[in-house]
Design a protein around this ligand. Structure first.
Ligand code: BEZ
Ligand code: FE
Length: 300
């Protein structure tokens, strides 16, 4: 047991000085950053409690909510990240940590469905492995901030299927690695691959975060998007999505991931010659052109 420290200030509690009384006990903190962070959190938390004036029952309800959030977590499900997502905190922390020069591609949330060891494919490969959905071609270039093409950029993509589910959510129903893959840009900075048009989907809503959204009258839907992680040595890695502008949820993503610069255009191609050239069997496909701009590491 730690011996009493008589150099500490008196810590008799008063409602008025509550935060100062608590943080005053941290003067011997071994970790200066921890102490700084806990000072801020304690002051804001006490201010919030003073403003809200919760009843004992309400405070216990809050404790039960956090307890349930922890219990919902396992190796696969991270309910606290989901809570951070729906509160806009994931996007805020990301914004603070990925300030980039004007013109550089912006980040958005990573989400829980990235798989580290997706297969690397030659350019033009169709990453849809079960032939379900509306055909789509995605293409573009990766450039530096001066407009020069970047060769050998690693492009890691993943997306939900036509029904709004990732392969990892439907193991046994979708083929492993369905709608995900890694590509590398050519000498002209270009990339392209085939897939199917993604659909909007609900974030996992069967836990306490879903109940919170429901209580707030909020929906759990994310607008249709494709995920990208774009990386090259010497450049700031871009973790982002591109979004479908025609999606009904484009203006109110449940996790606030949409940024104007990330909204793509999905053009319907009905020219039989183009369809045949792509090797598709239907009467149309969707074409998406989207360029990315990487900022040098030092500039971020
Ligand atoms: C996703 O885009 O995969 C995602 C992001 C945040 C929460 C849930 C899913
Ligand atoms: Fe997603």
């Amino acid at each position: 047991m730690t011996a009493p420290n008589h150099s500490l200030p008196k810590a008799y509690f008063t409602e008025e000085d509550s935060a100062a009384v608590v943080t005053g006990q941290n003067i011997n903190a071994k970790d200066a950053r921890l102490s700084e962070v806990m000072d801020v959190i304690t002051h804001h938390l006490h201010a919030a409690v003073k403003e809200i004036e919760p009843t004992q029952e309400e405070w216990f309800h809050a404790i039960q909510f956090l307890t349930a959030t922890g219990h919902k977590c396992d190796d696969w499900r991270q309910e606290f990240i989901l809570l951070s997502d729906v509160l806009g905190v994931s996007m805020l922390v990301d914004a603070i940590n990925s300030r980039r020069p004007k013109g550089a591609s912006e980040n958005t949330v990573l989400g829980p469905f990235h798989v580290a060891d997706a297969p690397e494919y030659p350019m033009g490969t169709n990453i849809c492995l079960d032939a379900k959905g509306e055909d789509m071609v995605v293409r573009g270039r990766v450039l530096d901030v001066d407009g020069n093409p970047l060769e050998g950029v690693k492009i890691d993509v993943w997306q939900a299927n036509d029904e709004g589910f990732y392969d990892v959510q439907q193991k046994g129903l979708q083929p492993e690695f369905n709608l995900r893959g890694v590509f590398r840009t050519g000498a002209d900075g270009s990339y392209w691959f085939k897939a199917v048009r993604p659909k909007h989907y609900s974030i996992p809503a069967d836990g306490p975060v879903g109940a919170l959204l429901d209580g707030l009258g909020r929906h759990p839907w994310r607008p249709a998007h494709l995920h990208y992680i774009i990386s090259k040595d010497g450049f700031d890695t871009v973790t982002t999505h591109i979004f479908d502008p025609d999606d009904p949820y484009i203006d109110n993503d449940a996790v606030f991931g949409v940024k104007e610069s990330l909204i793509a255009a999905f053009d319907k191609i009905e020219d039989p010659a183009k369809i045949a050239k792509m090797g598709f069997g239907g009467t149309y496909y969707w074409n998406v052109d989207f360029d990315f701009v990487l900022a040098p590491k030092a500039a971020t």
